[in-house]
Design a protein around this ligand. Structure first.
Ligand SMILES: *[C@@H]1O[C@H](CO)[C@@H](O)[C@H](O)[C@H]1NC(C)=O
Ligand SMILES: *[C@@H]1O[C@H](CO)[C@@H](O)[C@H](O)[C@H]1NC(C)=O
Ligand SMILES: *[C@@H]1O[C@H](CO)[C@@H](O)[C@H](O)[C@H]1NC(C)=O
Length: 454
């Protein structure tokens, strides 16, 4: 992927979307030349497909100020008032949780790869032989407040009698497994999974944690359509994915995420007309109106709008923003590597990734489009992890994706890096921070309403 010195996204935009698109498109062509076959390498474990959507905390929007006058939404913006009130105090803080820095915490993680039974092997970096461990110790410090360590008892208490659902791709799975691992020490849950969804039930407080796979968050079919053959995914960008929408009235908190699947082969439809495609070409020349990056933004707007206008959904929707990957010097299949990264990028030394920036921007734009249409029964918050996680090139499994003792972990004699995963996150690892942020969002939301009720 092409890295450039830090540029503001506004500058990127001023260069012109066309230029950006050409860069992105050529990167993607370079990166994924053989389409979904290679992607299955990463996503094959659950080829129903999982991708996640990021949640942007700073973009949280207050849906009902009169009811929750002091909640975080009011002061969360980038220009939110500075405050010395910590998140941990009783008062809802005016704190931007998404700008800050990583610091080394000798305390270490709250679980290990051998104490959490639900951890996917591919992200169990220590048991897969990763030699360094420091990446487990870096914690996030928002500039103006503290982000408390995850408190499992508090989470379960706040969620008493409620259901939290993760909807998305394999990074959503990563997020969910981190949460279940963090809760496991407090209480071993019961597996209540069925063929529609993964479910873990924490009996003491009647809390259900759910995961539903949705690669794109919009309706997709593989049936032949017009001149697009069977097997090529057709995404109806204006129709939300029914596989999760049918369940949402039952959920109290929904964490939506997606993004990475828009690099895969697919054809985009609006109003049943083909408007664009990715890694596919129409047999007759046709104008491409929607590229894969645009398609991502539209899918976010469609799925979020469906949630915030749903007559029977009264929950809290948290959108986790795009999770940055770190294939340096190439893409995941063209020699890109995160091998040997043992510390976070130092503040000020971040190299901007144009694809990450444009995906984030499209997602946030889709989020605000949905906010405009919301009908106040439910709430919508953004958990904006993209920038903070751009620093964590050390947090991925790299070559330590399997316990196979004979796997390649070093560059070959020709200098080629070993096959590796610089997209998902080690557990334990930086991904646990997502649950600390999520707990803060939930706490501010639910404690705020409790305070008002009392
Ligand atoms: C916040 O705390 C710092 C250090 O404790 C202090 O210097 C600063 O004046 C405080 N700011 C406000 C707005 O109270
Ligand atoms: C909402 O709930 C009502 C009453 O249970 C039901 O008739 C209606 O179909 C539901 N609407 C949606 C969109 O699920
Ligand atoms: C939602 O609440 C906001 C603020 O209270 C209000 O301005 C808006 O009109 C409401 N929207 C609907 C559809 O009721």
């Amino acid at each position: 992927m092409s890295n450039h010195p830090r540029t503001l996204s506004s500058i990127t935009l001023s260069i012109g979307l066309l230029a950006v698109f050409i860069t992105v498109a050529s990167w993607i062509l370079l990166s994924y030349p053989i389409g979904s076959v290679v992607w299955n390498y990463f996503y094959g474990v659950e080829n129903t497909g999982e991708l996640d959507l990021p949640v942007n905390l700073e973009a949280q929007v207050q849906t009902d100020e009169s009811k929750f006058p002091k909640s975080e939404g009011a002061g969360k913006g980038k220009d939110g008032a500075k405050s010395n009130v910590t998140v941990d105090s009783g008062n809802p803080p005016k704190c931007d949780l998404y700008h800050g820095e990583w610091f080394y915490d000798p305390g270490g993680p709250l679980y290990t790869g051998s104490t959490c039974p639900v951890l996917t092997q591919m992200q169990n970096c220590q048991l897969n032989g990763r030699p360094d461990k420091e990446y487990e110790n870096w914690r996030w410090k928002p500039s103006e407040c503290e982000l408390p360590r995850f408190n499992a008892a508090k989470f379960l208490e706040l969620m008493r009698g409620k259901t939290l659902a993760f909807v998305g791709d394999s990074v959503a799975r990563n997020h969910m497994e981190s949460l279940v691992c963090l809760l496991w020490k407090e209480e071993a849950p019961k597996n209540r999974g069925n063929r529609h969804m993964h479910r873990w039930y924490f009996r003491s407080k009647s809390v259900m944690i759910v995961r539903i796979w949705s690669s794109w968050l919009v309706h997709s079919t593989s049936e032949p359509f017009s001149n697009v053959p069977m097997g090529v995914a057709k995404l109806h960008l204006d129709v939300p994915d029914e596989t999760f929408m049918q369940y949402i009235p039952n959920f109290d908190v929904v964490v939506l995420s997606s993004g990475h699947w828009f690099a895969k082969q697919s054809v985009y439809l609006l109003n049943n007309e083909i408007v664009g495609w990715q890694l596919w070409s129409p047999p007759q020349p046709q104008e491409m109106k929607v590229n894969n990056v645009d398609a991502f933004g539209i899918s976010v707007e469609t799925s979020l709008t469906a949630m915030v206008t749903h007559p029977n959904y009264t929950g809290l929707t948290i959108v986790r923003t795009y999770s940055p990957d770190h294939y340096e010097g190439g893409a995941w299949n063209t020699g890109g590597s995160c091998t040997g990264k043992e510390k976070p990028v130092l503040p000020g030394q971040l190299v901007q990734n144009e694809l990450t920036n444009i995906m984030h921007e499209k997602q946030v734009t889709g989020f605000y489009q949905a906010i405009k249409k919301q009908e106040n029964r439910s709430k919508l918050k953004l958990m904006d992890i993209t920038e903070a996680f751009s620093y964590r090139h050390d947090g991925h499994p790299g070559p330590y994706r399997s316990p196979d003792p004979n796997k390649m972990t070093q560059r070959g004699p020709d200098g080629r890096p070993p096959p590796q995963d610089c997209l998902h996150w080690c557990m334990p690892g930086p991904v646990d921070t997502w649950n600390e942020l999520m707990l803060e969002i939930i706490r501010l939301e639910f404690e705020g309403s409790q305070n008002l009720a009392s």
